[in-house]
Ligand binder design. Structure first.
Ligand code: AMP
Ligand code: GLY
Length: 425
C-alpha cells in the first residue's frame, strides 16, 4: 500500500514512525512533513490546508490511504473532497469535524444529549457577555468558539481578567473570526485525561488513556499551549471509569452526531476533567492528539494500518488493539518564548546521539533544515518520547535523553508524569 500522511508535527512523525513498521505498507509520503519525518517517509511540499493540491497528488500517486493529522485540514473539508473523488481517507467530514471547529456547537450538542460537561452560556455579543459576568462566580472559563491552536481558552480568576479576555477575543479579534462567539463556562477542578477512540460511526474502539500537560511551566503554571508533554496509561483511569466514559460520553457523542445528520468517522478525542462528581467533557477534538499520539503509538503493539483501514471500510467490529505493558512519556522541548513570540532557525545539537536506541524516539515537530543542518522552526520543536517498565523508569529515560539535546533558549517541563505518582489505582 501507499500511504499519505497530512501534517508536519510531532503527531505526524509518530504516525509515520508507526505506519512504516506495517508489513502492509510499501511507501509513505508526508505533506508537508519535517526533517524527522523525512527519515521514514518522502516529504512533499504541499501545505496541510491545500485540499485541492493534496487531492491531485493522491490521485496521481495512486495513494491507497490518506491519514489526516491537523484539524484545519479537516474543517477545510479535505475528507469530503477525497471521498467525492473515490479516494480512501481517514478522518471526519467537514460537517462532523465541527465538533472541534465550534465550541458553541459542541457544548450545545452535549447539553441536548445529556453528555456530562461544565455548565455554560454562549454569546455572540460583547455587551451581553460582559453583563452576564457580573452575576458569575469566579474562577470561570472563557473560550473562543473557533480554532485557536489550543490557545483560545482562558481560566479567569477575577472579573477584570475575564473582561480583558472578552475584549481581546471579541473586540481586538486576536483569534480572528474564531472569536465571533464565545462560551463562558463553569470552572471544573480535578485531573485532566485524554481518551481517544476510533470509530466508523457504528463501532467504537477506545485507545488507551493519556494525560497531556497544557500549561507552559511546571506545576501547571503559566498560559496554555498546544501541549507540553504526556504520559500513558493514566493510573486514575480504572476499568470502571473507562467503562463509564465509554457508556456516558463516547457512545452518546457518536450517536448524537449520527442523529444530527453529521455521521462521525475517524478519531474522536474526548478531553476530560475527572471531577469529584465524575468525568466531564472539556472539549472534543476531531483528530489524534498531540502529544498524546506520541505516547499512545509507542505503547501500541498492534499494527495501526488495519485499524485505520477498518475505520474507512466500516468494519471496525473485527478489530482489537493490543498494548505493550509499559509506561510511555513524551516531553516537549520548546523555543524560548512559546506560546508567545519566539525565534526560529536555531541549530539543534545532539540528535545523532539518540538514533537507534530502542526505548527512545525523538519526534520532530517545529524543525526544518538549513544548510544541511536541523534547526528550530516552530514553538514546539521536539517531542522526546520513551518507554519504561514503570513511571520512574520512563521518566528517568526521558530526562536522560533530553540532556543529550540542545538549542539556544530551550525550555521544557521537568514534571511530566509526576502527577501519576500520586494517583491511586
Ligand atoms: P479546551 O480547549 O476546551 O480543552 O481547554 C483547554 C484547557 O483549558 C483544558 O485542557 C483545561 O486545562 C482548561 N479548561 C478548559 N475548560 C475548563 C473548565 N471548565 N474548567 C477548568 N479548566 C478548563
Ligand atoms: N494535546 C492537545 C491536543 O491535541 O489538542
Amino acid at each position: 500500500m501507499k500511504i499519505l500522511i497530512v501534517g508536519s508535527g510531532g503527531r505526524e512523525h509518530a504516525l509515520a514512525w508507526k505506519i512504516v513498521k506495517s508489513p502492509m505498507v510499501k511507501k509513505i509520503f508526508c505533506a508537508p512533513g519535517n526533517p524527522g519525518i523525512a527519515e521514514v517517509a518522502e516529504c512533499v511540499d504541499i501545505e496541510a490546508e491545500n485540499v485541492e493540491g493534496l487531492y491531485n497528488f493522491a490521485l496521481k500517486q495512486k495513494i491507497d490511504l490518506t491519514v489526516v493529522g491537523p484539524e484545519d485540514a479537516l474543517t477545510a473539508g479535505i475528507v469530503d473532497r477525497f471521498r467525492d473523488g473515490q479516494l480512501r481517507i481517514f478522518g471526519p467530514s467537514k460537517r462532523a469535524s465541527i465538533i472541534e471547529g465550534s465550541k458553541v456547537f459542541a457544548k450545545t450538542l452535549m447539553r441536548k444529549y445529556g453528555i456530562p460537561t461544565a455548565d455554560f452560556k454562549t454569546f455572540d455579543d460583547l455587551k451581553q457577555a460582559k453583563k452576564h459576568l457580573s452575576s458569575c462566580e469566579f474562577p470561570l472559563v472563557i473560550k473562543a468558539d473557533g480554532l485557536a491552536k489550543g490557545k483560545g481558552v482562558f481560566v479567569c480568576k477575577t472579573l477584570e481578567d475575564a473582561n480583558k479576555h472578552i475584549d481581546d477575543i471579541m473586540n481586538e479579534k486576536i483569534f480572528g473570526q474564531a472569536g465571533d462567539k464565545i462560551v463562558v463556562e463553569e470552572f471544573l477542578s480535578g485531573e485532566e485525561v485524554s481518551i481517544l477512540a476510533v470509530t466508523d460511526g457504528k463501532t467504537i474502539v477506545p485507545l488507551s488513556s493519556a494525560q497531556d500537560h497544557k500549561a507552559v511551566y511546571d506545576g501547571d503554571k503559566g498560559p496554555n499551549t498546544g501541549g507540553m508533554g504526556a504520559y500513558s496509561p493514566v493510573p486514575l483511569i480504572t476499568d470502571e471509569l473507562q467503562y463509564y466514559i465509554e457508556e456516558n460520553i463516547l457512545v452518546p457523542i457518536v450517536h448524537a452526531m449520527k442523529k444530527e445528520n453529521r455521521p462521525y468517522k475517524g478519531v474522536i478525542y474526548a478531553g476530560l476533567m475527572i471531577t469529584s462528581a465524575g468525568p466531564k467533557v472539556l472539549e472534543f477534538n476531531a483528530r489524534f492528539g498531540d502529544p498524546e499520539t506520541q505516547v499512545l503509538l509507542m505503547r501500541m503493539k498492534s499494527d495501526l494500518v488495519p485499524l485505520l483501514l477498518s475505520t474507512v471500510n466500516d468494519n471496525l467490529e473485527d478489530v482489537d488493539i493490543e498494548w505493550h505493558d509499559c509506561i510511555s512519556i513524551c516531553v516537549v522541548m520548546t523555543s524560548k518564548g512559546y506560546p508567545d513570540k519566539y525565534e526560529k532557525g536555531l541549530p539543534i545539537s545532539g540528535l545523532e546521539t539518540l538514533k537507534g536506541i530502542d526505548n527512545v524516539q525523538v519526534f520532530h515537530a517545529g524543525t526544518s533544515t538549513k544548510n544541511g543542518k536541523v534547526v528550530t522552526s516552530g514553538g514546539r520543536v521536539l517531542g522526546v518520547t520513551t518507554v519504561g517498565k514503570d513511571l520512574r523508569d520512563a521518566q528517568k529515560n526521558v530526562y536522560e535523553a533530553i540532556q543529550k539535546l540542545s538549542f539556544d533558549g530551550v525550555h521544557y517541563r521537568r514534571d511530566i508524569g509526576s502527577k501519576a505518582v500520586y494517583q491511586k489505582k
